[in-house]
Ligand binder design. Structure first.
Ligand code: CU
Length: 129
């Protein structure tokens, strides 16, 4: 686990070992940009990654279970849209995606990769100060 100073331009990496390179991101309230990069080589149908920021109180296990059935929407379950603050697209090795979103309330927000089976290892906290 790394300790990072707050920044509203966040960068996080993911790899072929089903890992993010950090479990903690820090930002301040307002507009935030986040880049997810996949440093691996595997294709997204076998080792795809995304990053989904969830609203406080979301049951991660229940969300991940719903995501398994959402292959057509890259594992973003439409039924759970109300629990999602923002998400990247699903990417494979060598790819990256940058998203922009706004968080106005200080707090701690869970993030996960919703690719089937990944959220138990690929999860962390976005701390907004
Ligand atoms: Cu993943």
């Amino acid at each position: 686990e790394t300790t990072e100073t707050a920044s509203n331009e966040l960068h996080i990496e993911s790899n072929d070992q089903m890992q993010y390179n950090t479990t903690e991101l820090k930002a301040t309230t307002g507009k935030i940009s986040l880049m997810l990069h996949h440093t691996g080589k595997m294709e997204k149908n076998v080792m795809g990654h995304n990053l989904v920021i969830l609203k406080p109180g979301t049951d991660i296990a229940a969300f991940a279970t719903k995501a398994i059935d959402a292959k057509d929407t890259d594992y973003i379950p439409a039924s759970e849209n109300a629990s999602i603050i923002a998400h990247t697209k699903l990417i494979g090795g060598g790819e990256s995606d940058t998203i922009e979103f706004t968080i106005d309330e200080k707090g701690t927000y869970d993030f996960i990769c919703s690719f089937p089976g990944h959220s138990s290892m690929m999860k962390g906290k976005l701390i907004v100060e």
